[in-house]
Every structure is written in C-alpha cells, then in structure tokens.
Ligand binder design. Structure first.
Ligand SMILES: [Zn+2]
Length: 335
C-alpha cells in the first residue's frame, strides 16, 4: 500500500464489472492504484445488490487506506455486454440475466452521491493502458483484449471512442475473412476476428485440426480430456510441439489482418494486446513467438511507414487495467 503522504489527491474509485468477478480499486490523481480487490459478481442476486456490495467493498478499501468518501472525487464504471453509454444504461448482459436494461450509472450515483463515468469495459482497459500502462508515452492507442471473446478499445488524443451508438471500438467484430467458408462469430455474423483469435476460437481451431489427425503431443490431451484449451496449446508449444507452435503462428497471422485494418484506419502510435489469451506473453518463448508472428505479418501487410513506426506490444497492467482506466475516465470527466 502507498503511504498517504504519497497520494496525489483527489482520488477516484474504479469499478470493472465482469461476469464472474467485479474488480474495485482506489486510484489517485496520478494513476496509481493504492488499494484494490475483487468480489464475486453473483449476478443472480441482481444489479441493486451488486451495487450495494460494490459500495460496501469500496468502504472497506477506504477504511484500510485511512481515507473517506469526501476524498473520492468521482467513480468510473466499466461493464461488459451492450449498453447505452449516453443514457447510462445496461442493455444486454450476456450470462448476467437480470441485469439487462438496468440504469446502472444513475443508480450508483444516487447511492453514493458521486458523479459516475460509465463506459464499455474494453474501452476502460484501453484507457488504463493509455494513461499509466504500455501506452503512457503515446498520444493514440488501440487495444485488443484477447480472452474468451475479443474486446477492443481505441483512444485518440485522450478521448475514448465510444461511438454514436455505444458500439465504437468493437474490434472483435471487424471482418478478416469474407470467403464462403468463413468461421461464424458468437455474434452470429461470419468472418469476424473473434471467430479466429479468441481463446474459445483458438481451442476450436486446434481441436478441429487434431480431429483431422495432426501429429502432436496434444493428441493425448485431446483424447484423454475431450477438450484442448489455448492454455494447453501454450504449454505444448513451450515444450517444443511443432503443431502447437503452428497454431500460435496462425493465430498471430489472423490477428495481424485485424491489426492491419485498424492501422490503415486510425494510424495509432501503439497497438496493445491485453487479456489472458497471450500464450504466456513476454515471459515465455511461446508468447514471444506469438508477438513476433503478429509483428512480422503486420509488417508484410501494411504501408511501410506504418510497418516501421507503429509499436505492437503486450499490455502491462494485466487485469488491473479495467478499474484503473475506469477511474482515469472519471478523472477526465469530473476531475
Ligand atoms: Zn462478431
């Protein structure tokens, strides 16, 4: 914990709602998180109870930091699913039935008597990386969040690209394959990036090829467990399995097609890759090979000036980027 003497006031509360857990943290004016933790979402208890538990947990964080509500200027709130950002309203929350069409921004504001900044969780994560993460020296940033699905966030000159209808920055749903046999995305459309590079899609692509008889140490996992995860792919690639390494390179190549579209559209300073589906990131050979495959294919597909100058790298804040970024957007709107 940071000593109170070093906190730069005012402070902000950042909240990152997920389907399983809600991350909550107190972030100071310079972007340092000095108290944070998480609670179970327990979505079946409903959104009012969720908000009540968020506030209760925040009060605990304040108490252990020696702070009080008066020192919190505003709250930033990031949520998954579809939403109406302008109205502060959740629309459809996948796997969180009972939260649909809940006016979460005004409810949280009423319960705390604080202004609340509300945005998509992936945009919040991108803002966190832009403010104090991998993109903190940059003026514009694009972030792909690779997990069970694929999220996206775009920040240009300190502005999060929420869009006119709250569907801006949906990078998981840009088209990378328009052929007749393109893969189907969970959204129902075909050929979207998410259908190729999410953890779910990587597992599916791997299993299909194992079914076709690819020679690999993953065949044992596949026949014994009846499933293979992207984590298994990372593990076997790290142990030298050529098929697993090929899956990682292919995933990098698919992602590079999506990145190329975004580079030609936005021309950002940096593209940041966040989320747990990174094959180990900088820490492992498999993760570094993934990054190199993305960089190399992107270089081959883009204008030379973009290929030479755009940084592509893993995110640095991990799963903290969501609540830190949400707090950052609250600071931007109400600081
Ligand atoms: Zn889609």
């Amino acid at each position: 914990m940071v000593s109170l003497d070093h906190i730069s006031f005012p402070a902000y509360l950042g909240v990152d709602v997920g389907g399983t857990t809600i991350k909550i943290g107190i972030v100071d004016n310079s972007g340092r998180s000095f108290a944070h933790g998480k609670i179970d979402t327990d979505h079946e208890r409903g959104p009012e109870d969720g908000v009540r538990r968020i506030i209760e947990f925040a009060e605990g964080l304040l108490a252990e930091s020696g702070l009080n509500w008066e020192q919190i200027r505003a709250i930033g709130l990031g949520t998954p699913g579809t939403m109406d950002v302008k109205q502060g309203m959740l629309l459809h929350m996948p796997n969180m039935s009972g939260w649909d069409h809940f006016p979460i921004r005004s409810y949280l504001a009423d319960q705390t008597d604080k202004p609340v900044a509300f945005l998509n969780d992936a945009n919040a994560a991108a803002y966190g990386e832009y403010w104090v993460g991998r993109g903190q020296e940059c003026d514009s940033l694009v972030m792909f969040t690779l997990g069970t699905g694929v999220g996206g966030g775009i920040i240009i000159h300190d502005i999060t690209l929420d869009g006119a209808h709250s569907h801006g920055s949906e990078l998981g749903h840009i088209t990378i394959d328009s052929s007749a046999d393109a893969r189907q995305c969970p959204c129902g459309q075909f050929g979207h990036l998410e259908a190729y590079v999410s953890a779910t899609s990587v597992a599916k692509r791997t299993q299909e090829q194992l079914d076709e008889g690819e020679e690999s140490s993953l065949q044992t996992t596949w026949s014994e467990q009846g499933m293979v995860s992207s984590l298994d792919v990372a593990t076997h690639a790290e142990q030298g399995d050529e098929f697993a390494n090929r899956i990682i390179r292919e995933t990098g190549h698919y992602l590079a097609i999506g990145i190329t579209s975004v580079l030609h559209m936005i021309d950002p300073d940096i593209v940041v890759l966040g989320g747990a589906m990174n094959f180990g990131g900088h820490q492992t050979r498999a993760g570094r090979a993934f990054l190199e495959a993305i960089r190399q294919r992107t270089r081959e597909l883009t204008f030379p000036v973009l290929a030479e100058n755009t940084i592509i790298d893993f995110a640095t804040l991990g799963s903290d980027s969501g609540f830190i970024g949400a707090a950052g957007v609250a600071r931007k709107q109400f600081g």
